[in-house]
Design a protein around this ligand. Structure first.
Ligand code: NAD
Length: 168
């Protein structure tokens, strides 16, 4: 039994994340998806709450051929303690999948194997690029799974982002 951990902020969950997870479903028997910065929402880089991201990911992965667990992970002030914090919150895992340099470094220092899945269309498929399109009222729907579009609509996410981006 091989259980993998995939960590991200998923602000929002996009087609690049989905493509990585579809690939991981061929490699591991079970997957843990850790939602980082679970305590942060309603700001420009982190518009969505942990619960909203749980909804996006769970719905978008409906039909994934392996069992998966979606677990919010609050940030901690000390990077040196973060891996222990993550391990205390999620089921046991064998390998971490990430391309985030800090996340790679922290898990490697803890002696946990780390693999970096390939990037998919990184120019257009990044949280920053998708959020930018959302704020500017451009087409963003094609870059995320359709289930994410319906969650964003349900929570009036675009209106929230445009409101919090204003100055007083
Ligand atoms: P992210 O949502 O930007 O990305 C998640 C993963 O998807 C990353 O591995 C990224 O490389 C990958 N990805 C992004 N676009 C892709 C594409 N087009 N194709 C394929 N893969 C793609 O999230 P992130 O910034 O990596 O999240 C790390 C989380 O860990 C953050 O929430 C951070 O706060 C948390 N963290 C916390 C601490 C602490 O609390 N001290 C320390 C380290 C990390």
């Amino acid at each position: 039994m091989k259980r993998g951990l995939y960590v991200g902020r998923f602000q929002p969950f996009h087609n690049g994340h989905k493509a990585v997870i579809d690939g991981l479903a061929e490699e591991v028997d079970e997957l843990i998806i850790g939602i980082g910065s679970a305590d942060i929402s309603h700001d420009i880089r982190h518009p969505f709450t942990a619960g909203e991201r749980v909804l996006m990911i769970t719905r978008a992965l409906n039909g994934l051929k392996i069992p998966f667990y979606v677990i919010p992970l609050e940030d901690v002030k000390r990077n040196a303690l973060w891996v222990a914090h993550v391990k205390s919150m999620v089921p046991p895992f064998d390998t971490v999948y990430t391309s985030n340099p800090l996340v790679i470094q922290l898990f490697k220092e803890a002696g946990i194997p780390v693999l970096s899945p390939p990037m998919y269309l990184r120019e257009s498929l990044s949280g920053t690029a998708v959020r930018k399109k959302m704020y500017h009222g451009e087409e963003w729907e094609e870059y995320v799974p359709k289930e994410v579009v319906s969650v964003v609509e349900e929570i009036h996410g675009i209106e929230r982002m445009q409101q919090i981006a204003k100055s007083d």
